[in-house]
Structures are given as structure tokens and as C-alpha cells.
Design a protein around this ligand. Structure first.
Ligand SMILES: Cc1cc2nc3c(=O)[nH]c(=O)nc-3n(C[C@H](O)[C@H](O)[C@H](O)COP(=O)(O)OP(=O)(O)OC[C@H]3O[C@@H](n4cnc5c(N)ncnc54)[C@H](O)[C@@H]3O)c2cc1C
Ligand code: FES
Ligand code: FES
Length: 1370
């Protein structure tokens, strides 16, 4: 007995003595003294700055991209159970992982201990390009497998995960390169129910092979042996020993009961306290990350807040129950369909890794205190939920959630304890018949169907209805109609509509009246985007909910369920509004060329496993040198203003700040230049005057990146606009004021044929038609970054994430005023460029170098997403006016195009744009063409190249014109396309030197082939039938060709063979994800293999390493751009290898003569070394005189639009792309799919908007939506045409990086066709319809609001009016 007491005392003592955080990362123990930890430190900060585990990347810091995803494992000592789930480490606070274990992608496996099957399958399915998103993807996949296989062992070699679940495993992770299809296939390859033959092109399957052979080749997944230990034993033991944190004396506290918490809060009077649950709200309220709280109180260890109760009264959930847990609990209530519907809706909140830590209480508090556009509060108000609150003044209180939301914001020290969803049985009312039922439904319209996007509008309706024979219809006894997220304070009940409907029989007339009332009630607050669209969605949802009850023969079923919905037994006249949730599928037709093997083989990307495991080193992964400091840009928010001063808010220098670098810090021999090498150089920093919002004014340097970013946000700039002209913020103003850049004559647009004659020949003309394009942001996953390290003798080594190392080099030398040999720029790999790391990487590296030079210490920066979005410019907006003349058969005879191009503040690459636009526009035979571009200078951030710059707009302009002509003539648009396709003769006329030989013009072949490949013509008929049968869903199908001219540029290369026979290759082309290193390796292996000394080319491949680019080691590197760097670099390497082979051949001959036997590669090289043969060769590839050729591709896309919400589903896309003889079809396939999906973003989703001062306002993952897994084509088929010899190409290959992006226009054209069907339908309802013509221009991007607007914001009202009129006429 005595002993036991002593033991207990000891235990108590141990408990209270714990003063440090203990946790594990990848099995390694970490212990941190709590007193030494800043409680605002995030897990990603810690992982990247204080541990070697750099596989965790930072992409947004907002919970919106998934680059930082890690696995968090928690151990329950009572149940002896480990819970594993993904979290976003950018939102998770380090202190909150006390007692937990973290697994990162490099913890799953790596090059030292062996890669995990997840890594190897990602590599084998060619599912990584730049690799920056890949570690996060790997962890998301691993977590899905781990959890699927916990409950029961899966079939050998497989996981219990179903293919459908596999598809969702990465649905919250963003990837800008791959287009997602291969990632999903890699994940599906683990699923027990998948047919391996249905998966996309990969390195495991070979055509016609036996299934078992293929399965045997798949990297082994055995859930027992290959399982990673996610929770180490030592940590379990420490937890069992009862070590809980006594944190009262520290800034971080973790109370374990409500009374503890109360005590703590009472003791902390006057102290700023932050209650922390999942901390995910800081992804939205980013300023919260920067606020200095005196105390952080983690409330998730309080049992009352994590309790779950479910009984006949309802379901009660503690406030700290995570959204994921709540979904699980609600799904368990199988008999209550209302709860299942709530759960289904909740699955669309955020993404899985946010739901895993984000709590329901946190969500409600964000809505209550800060008017967050919550989904949860909307659906829970409709479910009549109640909340329990604990305040200092009143103790515990209970309110309905609706009341609670309307109260003044809960004070910071009060607590939301729980939420209860009551069991819901309608009170029997007079007149209620026994067949009364409850209806419950939730709605959500958002740019991404599976979530990870805030809704334009959400809604949830509950209604008690009964059928009344006396009144001959369905009567509404009671209803609760809740709308939210539309730009109002809180979830809003449409009470006037509820009151109006009570006691009414639902009819079209009643619904019309209700809609009238609703439109007055659901009015977004001023300043909310797309207000009319949001209001129209409210009408849609109401219509969908009640529309099916308007039939007079409607009857409710007897099978009443608690919360049941749509248990109505009558013919529905409103179709199911969602297109079938078809699984993703794909097919590829690819020929591997054997002639120059391994060139032509679809070999796995070089370093793919390194990227998947996260070992691949990007600039920001390079360990910080001693003494390193960090920079953040300060930019202007004014378009044109004098800079009077730079100061900090409240004139207080924030923590960690070391200095602010401005143009005044440029050394006396240096120049204020931030870019160099294109048309003109550009300023690094604004001087006396800032000329655009987003222009860099200064570079703030601090002791950490976090401090630098916080301090930069606290900077105030004093501006003065006195005596300054107003800024030029529109193209029209620029033209009016002659604010234009000069375009050198060879780059200007040029005429083809005689436009006057062409117009004269025309039988019809469309004059002065307009098209306009907005901008697009790169959204590379790795933002701009550089590290500058001062070296001896005034030299500077700069690690830069750039596509243009040579120009970065020149810029830095010019800025510092030193000879170029004092600067060295090193780039190993880039985490996505897309053109954004060409010109725009230069000021980033230059600023670091300038600061490093001034401070004589290393300086680095990793630009945060917001600053990156605001300062880098993006694609060129433009306005186009055209006139076109054509014959009655659709043959166009003349086209006159005038383009106003918004270049922004400086020239950048803008003078090149006319060439790009015209190059792609000329894909059709326009008869005669007159083309003129004005490159306008405006007070906005300078625009730059973004994948297929100019070409994408040019190609689309062509389609818009063709569509207009087709509409004018009321002829099928496909016919007009065909009539105007080039003959070889007209191609030569338009493209003069680039057209190549006749057989190279493969576009007519592709045109025919796509029909065969996709069943295009047959499917057009099916689309017609579908449209005739469906009112609210319309389909469109479209095939679109693309022609893309590329230029080859001179490119250097070097190949060196080392003494042991291993080979080092240097090229100045940068690996930005496009597979350059892989193609270069293949070329080196092929070319050196020609020596034929018993070593296979595959063996040679393994001996080759491509190394980082270094501007002092290899000069004249130019840039990686324009889609041709891979082939040019490969050719440079081939020239080197040919030379080496020539040097080696005599040695080989001599050796054969001496030994009489075969000579191995290693022997040959040893002998060459003994003879002191120079085994290093440099060369420079020089293109032939034209250096230009044309690329061809075609795509057919079929879409389905929801006429009521504007949502588009891409049902199917087929692409045929002529890759010549592909150097690597796996790499080219990835480029084709990835480019197409990026183009999809441009045409359908991405709005890069500015305010009236020209400052970018869509500056985060919250407001800028790139495609996700759920927005790509459900069926995505690609054929790579293996076209014949191209004598001027590198081994007959062609480019693939940019041209396929143009093909995404097929989706936009298909959407237009579908919208046209919707408009035709409206015309049948009312032939006198104003403004509903079939001759319309659908804007780019065709976002949901745009599609809805063009289908008719009042389409429901129009329909009901028509129906009512019809009935009256009868
Ligand atoms: C990328 C992303 C996308 C999202 N998308 C959606 C969406 O589409 N729809 C939607 O509805 N939501 C969305 N959310 C919001 C998400 O649901 C919330 O961030 C999450 O639920 C907040 O929970 P938390 O535990 O992380 O709260 P925390 O961040 O820990 O807390 C939020 C706030 O509430 C306070 N607080 C927390 N718990 C309590 C309590 N019990 N009592 C008193 N105060 C408390 C905290 O002090 C803090 O001020 C998204 C979030 C992210 C990051
Ligand atoms: S960095 Fe964490 S989700 Fe983007
Ligand atoms: S590979 Fe996914 S972002 Fe580059």
C-alpha cells in the first residue's frame, strides 16, 4: 500500500516536472524546452529550418496547396491504438504536436534505405515533373493506403483502398505540372478493384503482357512489411508513463479540463490570449499568424470539448471534434439521412488535411466572430442545431446556432463547448396528415466540385410537407431556408419566403412568388464579387428543392424518415442536377521508337524517386550558411506616386529587422537594374517615383524569413501624387496617350495576301467584332527564391531558381558593378517555371546579391505567395478587334485583326508577343490577313512570358472568329473549321520558311484521325439527343486544331567521362520539370553507346549524371524557354558524345587488336586515361539557318454544363499530338497533359484580377483557383503521333512543352456550344426574348458565373413563366 502511494506521488511529480515538448519525426526523438519555443512557430517552419527533413515544402502557407502535408500520428494508451492522418504543417503549431509522431515523405523511404512503393509507383507512372508538389502527394497517398488497410488485411500486393477512394486521395493537393492524371493512376495502382490494364502509360506494363507479369513488376506493396512505423515505441512508453505537459508558466498551455481552463483564463486577466484548436483559421486570417499573443491555450486536450454523444435526443459534438471526425460520426447514424447529407456536404469543406485538424467549433467561431463564409453554420442552422457556450460572466448557456450567430462576437476568453444536432420530429399540427414528411437538402456552388474552394453560395433547406388531397398538391407546413457564404454577415434565413410558403400548396405560381421574395432577401453586401450570380444561385437552389413538388399529382410516400429527403413519390420534372460522378479514365496510344535506343523509350524521369521522397534539393532546401539573413520585398500599392518615405507602423522597428535595402544602396559602380538581357534592362527598385502597384521599392532584411515577412507587412510607405499625371490603367488610355512600346520591324505583325481584294471577294462581312483576354498567373508551386553568398575578392555565388541563369548573372554583375567573372549563378532544378522564372527571377537574385554584398553575409529569400502573385505580372491581357469577310460556304477570304496588348510598365519580352499571336492565329487559311498589334505601356506590373505566350490567345482568336462566322451563317462550326484548314500551299504562304516539306504537314491527318480516335462525329449525334432530352443540363462537343511555331536556339553542352567510366553531363538548359535531364541522359547513352563496347545503353544510362548549371563553368547558356531547350541541349550533348566516340574509337580498335576479345566500357576508359586522352568535350549546338518549325495537334472535348449553376464538367477530351519521333514519349505525354490542364485553367477557371489601382487582388489560394483533380476531363485520352522523318529536327523529334496548351480552347468552344443550346431553349420558351441571341462571345475564362450568366441568370423565372403561360393557354 505504502509503496503504491509513493509510486503515485512519483508519478504526480513526473507529470508536473515535464517542461519540454517531446515528439518524434520519422522515428527520431525531439525534445524542446518549452521556454525556448516561440508558440507561434509552425510545424513547417520547424521542419524546414531546424531538422534535416526538407521534403516538406511550402507552397502557400494557407492550407490551400498540400505541398506541406505530413502524416501526424497520435497514440491512445487506453485503446493502445494509433490514429494516423494528414495535416497541413503550414497551419499546425509546433507546440500542438507534443506527444505526437510526424512522418514526412523522406521518412517513408529514401535513396539510403530504399524508396517506398508510393515513391516508386509515382516515378513509374511518370507522375512527377518539377517534383515540388510530389512529397506532399506521396504523404497523401500513403495516408490513404495506411488507413484503408488498418481494419483488415488487404489482398496480397494490394490495398483495400478502392479505385474511387484512390481518386480522392490527392484531391486536396495542387500540382501545376502533371495535369493529375498520372498521379491518380499511381494511386489507383494500389487499389484492389482496379484493372491494371485500365491505368495509364507507365514503366511497369508493356503492351500485350500477361497481367501477372505486370503485377510482379509493380513495386511491391505489402501493408505489413513495407509499412512504415508511424509511431515509435519510445514515444508510446513516454506517453504511458503519463508525462503530460505542465505549461502554466509558459506561453503555451494545454489545460486538461474546463475548470483548468477557466482557472487559467481568470488568472490571465489583461493578457492577450489565443485559444487554439486546429489553428487552421490562420490560413484565411493570415494576419493572425503575425499577431503577438502573450498566451496560447490549446483547448484540444479538454475531454468535454472532444466528446461525442449520440442518442434519441440527437447528436452532440464537442467543439474540438475535428470536421473529419464529425463526418465519421454522422455517417455512423445510418438511419438518419439528414445526418448523412450533412456529412456529405462537410466533405466539401476545405480539403482532407485541413478537415483532419480543423474543428467544428473553430469553424463556427470564425463565422460568429469574423463572419467567415462558413458552410458548416449554414447547414447546421437548417438542421436547427444548438450550441453550448461558457462565458466568464454568465457561465454555461445554450442557444440555437441561429441566435448565437446573431449575437455580438464572443469575447476572446469565452468558450464554445459543443454543438448539438437535435433529432428532429415535426410537431403534429392541425391539418397535418399522417403522410407528412421532412425534407432536408444542402447545396453548394463552388469552382471545384469536391471542395478546396469557398462557395459562391451555400444553402440548406429543411421543410415539413404533406400531401393534401383536398388541395390537390403538396402543402408546406413549415420550412427553414438558410443561405450563406454569399457576402453577408452570417448564414441567413429567408424568413419572408418561409412565412409565405407556410400553408401553401406548392405550384409554379407559388414558386414564382417565392422567388420574387427571395431575390429581395438574398442580396450580397456591397463589394461582394458576382452579386447577381449569387442571387441567381439562391433561386436555383430554391427551385431545385421545391420544383419537384409542383406537380398536382405529387404524393408523399409513407416511408417517413427522420430527416429524409426527396422521398416524394411522383415523376420528377427537375432532373438530377449533377452529372454522373464518373471515375477518371484515360487511354494513351504511344509508339516507342527503337531506332536510337534508349532515345525514344519512355524511360522514367531522372530523379523521379528523389522528387517523390523529397530528397531532391531546391534552392530553399540548401542548408542556410552560417550567418545567413533573409529578405522580403516591399512593393508599391500605388500606380503612380512619389515615394516620400518608408517607415514602420507605429514607428516601431519590428523584431529581427536588420535593414532595408533600396536603390540608394547600389554601389557606385553598379546600376539600379533588376533585369537584363531582353529588350531593355529594368529597374531593381523604384527610385523617387513608383510607376505601378506591385513595383518593388525595397528589400527588407531580417534574421529569419518569418521576421522579414512580418516586418515587410508592417512597412508603411508615404506617397504623394501632387503634380503627377494620372496613371494609365487601361489599354484605351494608353492608346489615347500614345503610351506604346516600339516593336522592332522583324517582330511586328506582317500582312499575308491582299486584304482589300479578300474583303472584296467576300459575300458576307462581320465588322469590328471584339474579344478580350485577362491575365493568368504562373502558379509554380515553388515561389521565386534565391540565395546569395559573398565570396573572396568581391565575388558572389548565387543559387537561383531561374530559367535564365546567364541573364541573372549579367544582371547581378551590372547591379553590383563588378566584372561578370566575379559572379557565379548556380541552378540545379526549378520547382516549376512556366516562363515566370525567366525575367522575373532576375530581380529576386539581384536583390539577394545586393544585400549580401552590402552586408557581407549570405542573404536568401523565399518569396511568399502573396508577394509573388503581386509582383510577377503574369500573362498579357489584351483586347482584340477584328473584321472578317467570307463566302456563303464559310470560306474566309479576308481577316483584319487589331490587337491592343497590355505590356505593363516595361518591355520585358512583350515585343515578342505579336509573333506568337500571329503565329498561332495563322493555323487557318484566312485568304488574306492584315495583322497589327499595339504594345501598350500601362502603369501595371510588367507582363511576361507564360507558357505559350501570345500563341494561346492567337489560337483562340482564330476559333472565336470561326465560331462567329458559323453562327452568322447558322452552319455547323466544325464545317467552317474544316473548310478553312490550310492546304499545304496556303500553309507555305502563311508560314513561309517554317512550313517544312509536304509530308511534315500532318494537321489534315490529325483532323481525320481524331474522329477515329474519339468517335467525334458519332458522339455529336449523341450530344444532340442528350440536349433534346435534358432541360437543365446541356452538352457541347468541339474539335480544335493548333499550329505552333518554335525556334531552336544555340545551346552549349559538355560531356566528361571520369576515370571509373562514370559520365558527367553539363547543359545550360534548366530542369524545370519538363524532363530535360532525362532526354539529355538518353541522348548521351545513345551517342556514347555507338562505340559498341559490350555495355548496353541501359547500363550506360546508369553511369550518367546530369549536374547543376553553373554560369562560370559553362557560358552562353541563354535561357530555358520556348519548348526547344530539351532537344537543343540533347543535340549539344550528342555533338560532344560523337567527338568522344571519335577519340575513343582508335583506342578501342587497338585494344581489340591487342586482346583479341571484346572491350568493356570501363577498360576502354581506363586505357584512354592512361593515354591522357582528353575525356571532356564541350560543344555548342547551332540550329540551321531557319531554326524554326511547326508543331501540330488537335483536341476534341465534350462538356456538360449545368444551366442552373453554371458548373462545367469536362466529360471527355481526346488529343492527338504530333511529337515527331518522340525522344521520350513518357516525358512528352506528361508535357501534353500538363500543358492542356494549365490551358484549361486559363480558359475555364483562373481569374487574375486587379483593383482600380492595378494592384493584384486575387493574391492567394483562396481567390485564385488552378485546376484540381476534380476539374480535369473525366476521360482523358492522348495519342502521340509518331510522325515520320523530320530531317532538320533533332533525331526527328518535335517540341511538346507549350503547343498542347492551345488545345484547351477545345473545352471553351465546347462550353460555348453547350451554352448556345441553353440559349436556344430559352428562345423556345419565349421567342421574343430580349438579349438571348445565338450570336454571342463567351468570355475567357468561362467561369461558373460566366456560364450561368450566358445561360441566363433568370433562366428559372423564364421557365416558370413559360410553364404558367402554357397551362393558361391550355
Ligand atoms: C484551405 C481551407 C479551406 C477551407 N474551406 C472551407 C470551406 O469551404 N467551408 C467552410 O465552412 N470552412 C472552410 N474552411 C474553414 C475551416 O473549416 C476552419 O479553418 C476550421 O474549421 C477551423 O477550425 P480550427 O480548429 O482550426 O480553428 P482554430 O483556427 O483553432 O480557431 C479558429 C478561431 O476560433 C477560436 N476558437 C476555436 N475553438 C474555439 C472554441 N471552442 N471556443 C471559442 N473559441 C474558439 C480560436 O481562438 C480562433 O480565433 C477552410 C479552411 C482552410 C484552411
Ligand atoms: S503550404 Fe501548406 S497547404 Fe500550401
Ligand atoms: S510536379 Fe506537381 S507541381 Fe510540379
Amino acid at each position: 500500500m505504502g509503496e503504491k502511494v509513493i509510486e503515485e506521488d512519483k508519478e504526480e511529480a513526473m507529470k508536473s516536472s515535464k517542461t519540454s515538448l517531446v515528439f518524434a519525426i520519422n522515428g527520431q526523438r525531439f525534445e524542446l524546452e518549452l521556454s525556448s519555443v516561440d508558440p507561434s512557430t509552425t510545424l513547417v517552419d520547424f521542419l524546414r529550418n531546424k531538422t534535416p527533413f526538407k521534403s516538406v515544402k511550402l507552397g502557400c502557407g494557407e492550407g490551400g496547396c498540400g505541398a506541406c502535408v505530413v502524416l501526424l500520428s497520435k497514440y491512445d494508451p487506453l485503446l493502445e491504438k494509433v490514429d494516423d492522418f494528414t495535416i497541413s504543417s503550414c497551419l499546425t503549431l509546433l507546440c500542438s504536436i507534443d506527444g505526437c509522431s510526424i512522418t514526412t515523405s523522406d521518412g517513408l523511404g529514401n535513396s539510403r534505405v530504399g524508396f517506398h512503393a508510393v515513391h516508386e509507383r509515382i516515378a513509374g507512372f511518370h507522375a512527377t515533373q518539377c517534383g515540388f508538389c510530389t512529397p506532399g502527394m506521396s504523404v497523401s497517398m500513403f495516408s490513404a493506403l495506411l488507413n484503408a488497410d488498418k481494419s483488415h488485411p488487404p489482398r496480397s500486393g494490394f490495398s483495400n483502398l478502392t479505385a474511387a477512394e484512390a481518386e480522392k486521395a490527392v484531391s486536396g493537393n495542387l500540382c501545376r505540372c502533371t495535369g493529375y492524371r498520372p498521379l491518380v493512376d499511381a494511386c489507383k495502382s494500389f487499389a484492389a478493384d482496379v484493372d491494371i490494364e485500365d491505368l495509364g502509360y507507365n514503366s511497369f506494363c508493356k503492351k500485350g503482357e500477361n497481367r501477372d507479369v505486370v503485377l510482379g513488376r509493380l513495386p511491391c506493396y505489402d501493408h505489413t512489411t513495407s509499412q512504415v512505423c508511424t509511431f515509435p515505441e519510445f514515444l508510446k512508453n513516454e506517453i504511458k508513463n503519463g508525462m503530460s505537459l505542465d505549461s502554466r508558466k509558459y506561453r503555451w498551455s494545454s489545460p486538461v479540463s474546463v475548470s483548468d481552463l477557466q482557472e487559467l483564463l481568470e488568472a490571465e486577466n489583461g493578457v492577450s490570449v489565443k485559444l487554439v484548436a486546429g489553428n487552421t483559421s490562420t490560413g484565411y486570417y493570415k494576419e493572425e499568424k503575425e499577431r503577438k499573443y502573450e498566451r496560447f491555450v490549446d483547448i484540444r486536450r479538454i475531454p468535454e470539448l472532444t466528446m461525442v454523444r449520440s442518442d434519441e435526443k440527437g447528436v452532440e459534438l464537442g467543439a474540438c471534434v475535428t470536421i473529419s471526425k464529425a463526418i465519421e460520426v454522422l455517417r455512423e447514424e445510418k438511419n438518419v439521412s439528414m445526418l448523412a447529407k450533412i456529412a456529405t456536404h462537410m466533405e466539401k469543406i476545405a480539403n482532407r488535411f485541413v478537415r483532419n485538424t480543423g474543428t467544428i467549433g473553430g469553424n463556427v467561431m470564425m463565422a460568429q466572430r469574423k463572419q467567415f463564409p462558413s458552410d458548416l453554420t449554414t447547414i447546421l442552422v437548417a438542421a436547427r442545431a444548438t450550441v453550448k457556450i461558457m462565458t466568464n460572466s454568465s457561465g454555461q448557456e445554450q442557444f440555437t446556432l441561429e441566435e448565437f450567430l446573431q449575437q455580438s462576437p464572443l469575447d476572446a476568453k469565452s468558450l464554445l463547448l459543443s454543438l448539438e444536432i437535435p433529432s428532429w420530429r415535426p410537431p403534429k399540427k392541425n391539418g397535418s396528415s399522417s403522410d407528412t414528411i421532412l425534407l432536408f437538402e444542402t447545396y453548394r456552388a463552388a469552382p471545384r466540385p469536391r471542395g478546396n474552394a469557398l462557395a459562391f453560395l451555400n444553402a440548406a433547406f429543411s421543410a415539413e410537407v404533406s400531401s393534401s388531397e383536398a388541395l390537390d398538391g403538396i402543402v408546406v407546413n413549415d420550412s427553414q431556408l438558410v443561405f450563406g457564404a454569399y457576402g453577408t454577415k452570417h448564414a441567413h434565413r429567408a424568413k419572408k419566403v418561409e412565412d409565405f410558403l407556410t400553408g401553401k400548396v406548392i405550384s409554379d405560381e407559388v414558386l414564382m412568388e417565392a422567388i420574387g421574395l427571395l431575390k429581395d432577401e438574398i442580396v450580397p453586401d456591397k463589394g461582394t464579387s458576382n452579386p447577381e450570380y449569387r442571387s441567381s444561385l439562391a433561386v436555383t437552389f430554391l427551385f431545385e428543392f421545391f420544383g419537384s413538388l409542383t406537380q398536382t399529382n405529387a404524393k408523399t410516400t409513407n416511408g417517413w424518415l427522420n430527416g429524409g429527403c426527396k422521398e416524394i413519390g411522383f415523376d420528377q420534372n427537375v432532373e438530377s442536377l449533377k452529372p454522373e460522378e464518373a471515375m477518371l479514365s484515360s487511354a494513351q496510344q504511344i509508339v516507342e521508337n527503337q531506332e536510337h535506343s534508349p532515345v525514344g523509350k519512355g524511360i522514367t524521369k531522372a530523379g523521379a524517386c528523389l522528387q517523390a521522397s523529397g530528397e531532391a534539393v531546391y534552392v530553399d532546401d540548401i542548408p542556410a550558411p552560417e550567418n545567413c539573413v533573409y529578405g522580403a520585398f516591399i512593393y508599391s500599392t500605388m500606380p503612380l506616386a512619389r515615394i516620400k518615405g518608408i517607415r514602420f507602423r507605429q514607428n516601431r522597428v519590428p523584431e529581427g529587422v536588420l535593414g532595408i535595402i533600396t536603390y540608394r544602396d547600389i554601389p557606385k559602380d553598379g546600376k539600379n537594374i533588376g533585369t537584363n538581357g531582353f529588350f531593355t534592362s529594368d529597374l531593381l527598385f523604384a527610385e523617387e517615383i513608383t510607376h505601378c502597384a506591385g513595383q518593388i521599392i525595397a528589400f527588407l532584411v531580417a534574421d529569419s524569413q518569418k521576421h522579414a515577412d512580418i516586418a515587410a507587412n508592417l512597412v508603411m510607405i508615404d506617397y504623394d501624387t501632387k503634380d503627377l499625371e494620372p496613371p494609365i490603367l487601361s489599354l484605351e488610355e494608353a492608346v489615347k496617350k500614345f503610351s506604346l512600346f516600339e516593336v522592332p520591324p522583324p517582330l511586328r505583325g506582317f500582312p499575308v495576301g491582299d486584304i482589300t481584294k479578300g474583303m472584296d471577294e467576300a459575300e458576307h462581312k462581320i465588322l469590328g467584332s471584339k474579344i478580350s483576354f485577362g491575365s493568368q498567373y504562373f502558379f509554380y508551386m515553388e515561389t521565386q527564391t534565391a540565395l546569395a553568398v559573398p565570396d573572396e575578392d568581391n565575388c558572389m555565388v548565387v543559387y537561383s531558381s531561374t530559367q535564365t541563369p546567364e541573364f541573372v548573372h549579367q544582371t547581378i554583375a551590372g547591379c553590383l558593378g563588378v566584372p561578370e567573372h566575379n559572379v557565379r549563378v548556380i541552378t540545379r532544378r526549378v520547382g516549376g517555371g512556366f516562363g515566370g522564372k525567366a525575367v522575373k527571377s532576375m530581380p529576386v537574385a539581384a536583390a539577394c546579391a545586393l544585400a549580401a554584398s552590402k552586408m557581407q553575409r549570405p542573404v536568401r529569400t523565399y518569396v511568399n505567395r502573396k508577394t509573388d502573385m503581386i509582383t510577377t505580372g503574369g500573362r498579357h491581357p489584351m483586347k482584340v478587334t477584328y473584321s472578317v469577310g467570307f463566302k456563303s460556304n464559310g470560306k474566309i477570304t479576308a481577316l483584319d485583326v487589331e490587337v491592343l496588348l497590355d505590356a505593363g510598365l516595361t518591355e520585358d519580352i512583350s515585343p515578342l508577343m505579336p509573333k506568337g499571336i500571329q503565329g498561332a492565329l495563322m493555323k487557318y487559311d484566312w485568304g488574306a490577313l492584315s495583322f497589327n498589334v499595339k504594345v501598350c505601356k500601362t502603369n501595371t506590373v510588367s507582363r511576361t512570358a507564360l507558357r505559350a505566350p501570345g500563341d494561346v490567345q492567337g489560337s483562340y482568336i482564330g476559333e472565336a472568329i470561326i465560331e462567329k462566322v458559323a453562327s452568322y451563317l447558322s452552319v455547323d462550326v466544325d464545317e467552317i473549321r474544316k473548310v478553312n484548314l490550310h492546304t499545304y500551299e496556303s500553309l507555305r504562304l502563311f508560314y513561309s520558311g517554317k512550313a517544312g516539306e509536304f509530308p511534315e504537314y500532318t494537321l489534315p491527318l490529325l483532323w481525320d484521325k481524331i474522329d477515329e480516335f474519339s468517335g467525334f462525329n458519332q458522339r455529336r449525334k449523341v450530344v444532340e439527343e442528350f440536349n433534346a432530352l435534358n432541360k437543365w443540363r446541356k452538352r457541347g462537343i468541339s474539335r480544335v486544331p493548333a499550329v505552333y511555331a518554335v525556334n531552336m536556339r544555340s545551346t552549349p553542352g559538355r560531356v566528361s567521362v571520369l576515370g571509373d567510366g562514370s559520365i558527367v553531363v553539363e547543359v545550360q538548359g534548366i530542369e524545370i520539370g519538363q524532363g530535360l535531364w532525362t532526354k539529355v541522359k538518353q541522348m548521351a547513352a545513345y551517342s556514347l553507346g555507338l562505340i559498341q563496347c559490350g555495355t548496353t545503353s541501359d547500363e550506360l544510362l546508369k553511369k550518367i549524371r546530369v549536374i547543376q548549371s553553373d554560369t562560370l563553368s559553362m557560358v552562353q547558356g541563354s535561357m530555358t524557354a520556348g519548348s526547344t531547350t530539351s532537344e537543343a541541349s540533347s543535340e549539344a550533348v550528342r555533338i560532344c558524345c560523337d567527338d568522344l566516340v571519335e577519340r575513343l574509337l582508335p583506342i578501342k580498335t587497338a585494344l581489340v587488336e591487342q586482346t583479341g576479345g571484346p572491350v568493356t566500357w570501363d577498360n576502354l576508359i581506363s586505357q584512354a586515361y592512361r593515354q591522357s586522352i582528353n575525356m571532356s568535350v564541350s560543344s555548342k549546338y547551332m540550329p540551321d539557318s531557319t531554326g524554326q518549325y511547326l508543331n501540330y495537334g488537335i483536341a476534341a472535348s465534350e462538356v456538360e454544363i449545368n444551366v442552373l449553376t453554371g458548373e462545367t464538367t469536362i466529360l471527355r477530351t481526346d488529343i492527338i499530338y504530333d511529337c515527331g519521333k518522340s525522344l521520350n514519349p513518357a516525358v512528352d505525354l506528361g508535357q501534353i497533359e500538363g500543358a492542356f490542364v494549365q490551358g484549361l485553367g486559363f480558359f475555364m477557371l483562373e481569374e487574375f484580377l486587379m483593383n482600380s489601382d492595378g494592384l493584384v487582388v486575387t493574391d492567394s489560394t483562396w481567390t485564385y483557383k488552378i485546376p484540381t483533380v476534380d476539374t480535369i476531363p473525366r476521360q482523358f485520352n492522348v495519342e502521340i503521333l509518331n510522325s515520320g522523318q523530320h530531317k532538320n529536327r533533332v533525331l526527328s523529334s518535335k517540341a511538346s512543352g507549350e503547343p498542347p496548351l492551345l488545345l484547351a480552347a477545345s473545352v471553351h468552344c465546347a462550353v460555348r456550344a453547350a451554352v448556345k443550346e441553353a440559349r436556344k431553349q430559352i428562345l423556345t420558351w419565349n421567342s421574343n426574348q430580349q438579349g438571348t441571341d445565338l450570336y454571342f462571345e463567351l468570355p475567357v475564362p468561362a467561369t461558373m458565373p460566366v456560364v450561368k450568366e450566358f445561360c441566363g441568370l433568370d433562366v428559372v423565372e423564364k421557365y416558370l413563366e413559360w410553364k404558367i403561360k402554357q397551362r393558361k393557354n391550355v
